[in-house]
Write a protein that binds this ligand. Structure first.
Ligand code: SF4
Ligand code: SF4
Length: 176
């Protein structure tokens, strides 16, 4: 009985190997690009919204959640009261590409995009400042603009005029 069981297990293993044989493809990287899976977690990057403004509102959530404490930033405020990071630094020699910063980010600013091939000779070169982290594109979310959804008056949008936003409630009118 035990011998048959071993044969069945062996056959199952061989069958799995045979099924994969036809699917193997060798890519001549780096000459040919790799076909990365959609949920690939590459180097964390700061993105912009579709209007070209930086998405980050310097809330510090990514820094707080990062298990290796490799994110540091300082908040600033623009004349129109919109917050942004004055400085933003990631030490990639400590980053473990866990994606928790991306999960925590309320504005979809920080995203783990495709870049994975960046080796350096010195540890200090893995420290990226904001100018190296912030890209011109929108990353994985081409249409999302946090301030179009948030309950914040900004520029041409008053409170209650955002996407799926209800007009502000007068809390005094709710009093008994
Ligand atoms: S991917 Fe993980 S380790 Fe890297 S910066 Fe984000 S939270 Fe920190
Ligand atoms: S990247 Fe996202 S989570 Fe981090 S400070 Fe900016 S808005 Fe907050």
């Amino acid at each position: 009985m035990r011998m048959w069981r071993n044969f069945v297990d062996l056959g199952a293993g061989l069958w799995t190997t045979l099924r994969q044989l036809g699917r193997i493809s060798t890519v001549s990287y780096p000459e040919a690009p790799l076909n990365l899976p959609p949920r690939w977690r590459g180097r964390p990057t700061l993105t912009r919204d579709p209007d070209g403004d930086e998405r980050c509102v310097a809330c510090q959530l990514c820094s707080a959640v990062c298990p290796t404490r490799c994110i540091e930033l300082q908040a600033g405020e623009r004349a129109d009261t919109r917050r942004y990071p004055l400085t933003f630094r990631i030490n990639f020699s400590r980053c473990i590409y866990c994606g928790l910063c991306e999960e925590a980010c309320p504005t979809l600013a920080i995203q783990l995009l495709d870049e994975f091939a960046f080796s350096k000779q010195h540890h200090a070169d893995f420290i990226y400042e904001k100018d190296a982290l912030l890209i011109d594109g929108t990353g994985k979310h081409p249409h999302y603009n946090f301030y179009r959804h948030s309950g914040v008056a900004l520029g041409d949008k008053n409170k209650g005029e955002g996407i799926n936003e209800k007009p502000p409630v007068n809390v005094r009118s709710n009093l008994p």
